[in-house]
Ligand binder design. Sequence first.
Ligand SMILES: *Cc1c(COP(=O)(O)O)cnc(C)c1O
Length: 376
Amino acid sequence: MEKKLLMTPGPTPVPESVLLSMARPVIHHRHPEFRGVLKEVRELLKYLFETKQEVIVLASSGTGAMEGAVSNTLCRGDRVLVVEAGKFGERWSDIARAFGLEVEQIEVPWGKAVSAKQVKSMLEKGQHRAVLMQASETSTGVRHPVKEIADYTRASDTLLIVDGITAVGVFPIPFDEWGLDVLVTGSQKALMLPPGLAFACLSEKAWKAKDKSDLPCYYFDFAKERKNLETNQTSYTPAISLIMGLQEALRRIKETGLEKVFAEVALMAKATREAMQAMGLKLYAPDSPSEAVTAVLVPGGIDAGQVVKIMRDKHGIAITGGQDQAKGKIFRVAHMGYISRGDIVAMIAALEQTLTELGHSFPSGHGVQKATELLA
Ligand SMILES: *Cc1c(COP(=O)(O)O)cnc(C)c1O
């Protein structure tokens, strides 16, 4: 009887108390009981996003909120600047083009973070309506300098639209304090829930842009959702069970405190990175690693796909490989949400056995020793 451990950068494990909340009978979404749930969830989401703004709740995967971020705030033909530093950066370009926007990209090599200076100099040249970027580029394990870019966009007419899907609840990204314009996230990364919910928060500047926006939106109409949320309702049938789970997950985050959550995730991320290096492995994003996910280059001659397969089949630990140009070259492990220090040690121990089996030679036990030393 194999015990499984989910350490992929989405979905992530769901705590027992959250699973039990979702196992309760389905209630009606227009009745007082559910409205009470939504009322509390609205407040807890403001705590999570560190904002006074309403946080829109959608029944979709994270990409739905990304699409809505574009379709609610921009106009046909608008010029936007996209930070393309991996798979999810490319998604911003795809969405923007699907809505008839003019896309200019900053192409950043995979494994590297964009420089705020470069964004600034492109913006100075270019009449862009918005910058679209990731806070954490999950495909490469990179963290981008959102705050530094916000320092520039805040005082301008340009909207800063941020995919925080592996950032919100992972590391500090205070929406109001930094002056972001749109921040989106999804349920299955740091929020300790199954996939199926997406969230979006808009600044005053973004809500004004919404009034002028002429792009088509119906299901993802954020203004309509905001109006309904003010009466503790959603426009359409919400994902009732998921929202009941969300209430429990957000309560747990609040009880722990965001600062503590961030510190714990950062410690597990550091232990993971250093343990990988102690095993003679190289990090894919050594200069600006995301606390959500660690991307690791496999030694020459080893296929990263094999690492993922052996970890899954022999050790019951789900991790992921690389996508596109990083396929076969890297594997990725996540340390956000409901992951414990013990999970990190177990993952490193299994990885030591896996790499040994694949012929990588390194001083046995060094990875585990490093991880335990840092986590003690
Ligand atoms: C997971 C992820 C997404 C996509 O979310 P879906 O829920 O699969 O639509 C988008 N951006 C980033 C950075 C992610 O990690």
